[in-house]
Design a protein around this ligand. Structure first.
Ligand code: NAD
Length: 503
């Protein structure tokens, strides 16, 4: 394993910090500390866990400036964007989970048929899974971990968190803030790259929450399967925006520019394909060109975070050009140090290019003109990914109808991608985008396991299905079957045989 992580600013290429990477033994030790602390944490009343997370919420908001400053150095994020994506919605995320935890974690009574199961009451309790491994990417290095950390901790789990090696400083700062409010060991951090992630998944954990690429997701799933622990996987995307002829062009152009260029396009739910109906294609593309041309590099659109992302963008653009793409804006690196790429708008008339097939993670907006909405839906669904998609139309019913035909975990009509910041709404994908769920009560279900508890108040010496097995038992079973078939006369046989069975 690499010994040191160098944190280099993508804005100017300067080394800002060096962070020690964990050894395999340190990963095991962190998991062991977490396991020891978790039992006590789970045993505390929920009110205490809520109070700790409320303290963490306040500390998180009070330290927002420090977080934004690290994000700017480490990821190159524009300040306003960091506030609006990594700070403000996460304050709400804490509040939502704290306010909903009691309701969502409460045991559920299950009604049992009194005739078949006399004297019995059953309930489902939601028990923390134990020690969870949390492995995250660099692109939203505060928001993505928090979406798992807050509900997982409230539910009584311990978490061993491995931030991306490209976001080690923001990961460390986030954990430091939370740990001021949590008992020692409940949240452990291990720093490092893939080898540290792998060592974590292969250690004694009770579940993995992974967000990242498809290739790594597959490795994580295999390692988790070998351990027989569940893996929640949130993977990549190639999100399509479908612009229909009746769309509000101004809103569509503004929304799609943001949806594609937010975080320099390094967003799992970035608009990476734009399918526009022919009648408005020219007008829409021109307006989109104007909007993108007005954006300032640095203030509105930051640099790419990693050199390998820049390589992918350059390679895809080169291939698109060779395939005859019309580049209306950008398409090159500006002349300045750092990992910058100009916001780019291009029009293609073929689908056979990687910029429309593979994940880009860059400030690239590829437009393709389609004959009609059916063609747009067909092309959108042809992708191996299915994270989010958006439909832009003046007719909301038509928007809803098309949303139902799209193979995506989230579909927005006249908006794009932002629902990832709403804790009440599930964020999930289909196909290669992974089947993990973040946010909402459905995500919480992945962080707990059900425990069925049945309490019997029956005074009968034996149950119907206990020994002895004899002809009377078979007669009763037949009568029960006949009653189930609606033969009401069978009731008489039941009434005759049942009391004798229980004597
Ligand atoms: P990545 O797969 O390279 O790395 C993700 C994390 O996995 C990092 O912390 C990395 O160190 C770790 N890792 C690498 N190899 C590992 C292994 N063998 N075992 C365990 N952990 C290992 O992804 P990335 O480049 O950091 O992030 C970008 C990807 O994340 C994109 O594909 C993007 O679409 C996806 N993403 C998805 C969502 C979502 O909600 N679906 C959100 C954000 C990002």
């Amino acid at each position: 394993m690499e010994a040191m992580i160098r944190s280099v600013s993508p804005r100017d290429g300067q080394v800002k910090a060096e962070i020690a990477s964990a050894s395999r033994e340190e990963v095991q030790a962190a998991v062991a500390r977490c396991r020891e602390a978790q039992a006590g944490w789970a045993a505390r009343p929920l009110a205490e866990r809520k109070a700790a997370l409320e303290r963490a919420r306040r500390l998180f908001l009070e330290r927002a400036e420090a977080i934004v400053s690290v994000l700017s150095e480490e990821n190159g994020r524009p300040e306003g964007e960091s506030w609006l994506s990594e700070i403000v919605p996460n304050g709400d995320l804490f509040s939502w989970w704290i306010s909903q935890a009691r309701r969502l974690l409460a045991p559920e009574k299950v009604a049992l048929d009194r005739l078949t199961y006399p004297g019995k009451s059953a309930s489902i309790e939601y028990v923390p899974r134990g020690v969870l491994a949390l492995i995250t990417p660099w692109n939203l290095p505060v928001a993505i971990p928090l979406r798992t950390l807050v509900p997982a901790l409230l539910a009584g789990n311990g978490v061993v968190f491995k931030p991306s090696e490209w976001a080690a400083r923001s990961g460390a700062l986030l954990a430091e803030i939370l740990n001021e409010a949590l008992p020692a060991g409940v949240l452990e951090v291990v720093q490092g790259g893939g080898a540290v992630g792998e060592a974590l998944v292969r250690s004694r954990i009770d579940g993995v929450f992974f967000t990242g690429s498809v290739a790594t997701g597959r490795k994580v799933a295999e390692a988790a399967a070998a351990q027989l622990v569940p893996a929640s996987l949130e993977l990549g995307g190639k999100d399509a925006a479908l612009v229909l002829a009746d769309a509000d062009l101004e809103r569509a152009a503004q929304g799609i520019a943001w949806g594609g260029l937010f975080n320099a396009g390094q967003n799992c739910a970035a608009v990476e394909r734009i399918y526009v109906e022919a009648p408005i294609a020219e007008a829409f593309t021109e307006r989109l060109r104007e909007v993108v041309a007005s954006l300032r590099l640095g203030e509105d659109v930051g640099p790419l975070t990693t050199p390998f992302q820049l390589e992918i963008v350059e390679r895809q653009m080169e291939e698109a050009r060779a395939a005859g793409a019309r580049v209306l804006l950008g398409g090159e690196r500006p002349d300045r140090p750092g990992l910058w790429y100009a916001p780019t708008l291009l029009v293609l008339d073929t689908e056979e290019v990687s910029v429309l097939r593979d994940e880009t993670f860059g400030p690239i907006l590829p437009v393709r003109v389609v004959a009609d909405a059916d063609e747009a839906v067909r092309l959108a669904n042809a992708s191996p990914y299915g994270l989010t998609a958006s439909v832009w139309t003046g007719n909301r019913d038509r928007g809803r109808a098309i949303a139902r035909r799209l193979e995506a975990g989230v579909v927005t009509v006249n908006n794009h991608g932002f629902t990832g910041g709403i804790p009440a709404l599930p964020w999930s994908g289909v196909k290669a985008s992974g089947s993990g769920i973040t946010s909402s009560h459905l995500a919480l279900r992945e962080m707990v396991r059900p425990r069925t508890v049945l309490v019997d108040r029956s005074k009968n010496p034996r149950e119907l299905w206990w020994y002895p097995y004899n002809p009377r038992l078979v007669e009763i079973a037949r009568a029960l079957r006949d009653v189930a078939l609606g033969k009401m006369l069978a009731f008489a046989r039941l009434l005759k045989n049942l009391p004798k069975r229980f004597k």
